[in-house]
Unconditional design. Structure first.
Length: 88
């Protein structure tokens, strides 16, 4: 649930930034869609709480996988979206 939302949100935000840098959309639209829409869509605060709850329950491997895994995959998704957006 939360991981899918954050990864897809990172992908779309990267795409929006790539499109804005390429001139396909204006910087204003990037701010509206990126900050407004994608900021409301992603739930990194929920993911952080989920990771802390795993730590509290002494599920250290799950917490590490959840926290670092989501961060790494989200950054990769954002990079991919940025790359795709810059090509369009």
């Amino acid at each position: 649930g939360t991981t899918v939302i954050n990864v897809t949100g990172s992908l779309v935000l990267g795409l929006l930034v790539g499109l804005a840098l390429n001139g396909a959309i204006s910087a204003e639209w990037r701010l509206v869609l990126g900050t407004g829409l994608m900021g409301g869509y992603t739930t990194f605060s929920t993911a952080s709480v989920e990771t802390v709850r795993l730590l509290q329950s002494r599920r250290f491997a799950a917490a590490l996988g959840n926290g670092l895994g989501m961060l790494v995959v989200s950054v990769l998704a954002a990079s991919f979206g940025l790359w795709i957006g810059s090509l369009l």
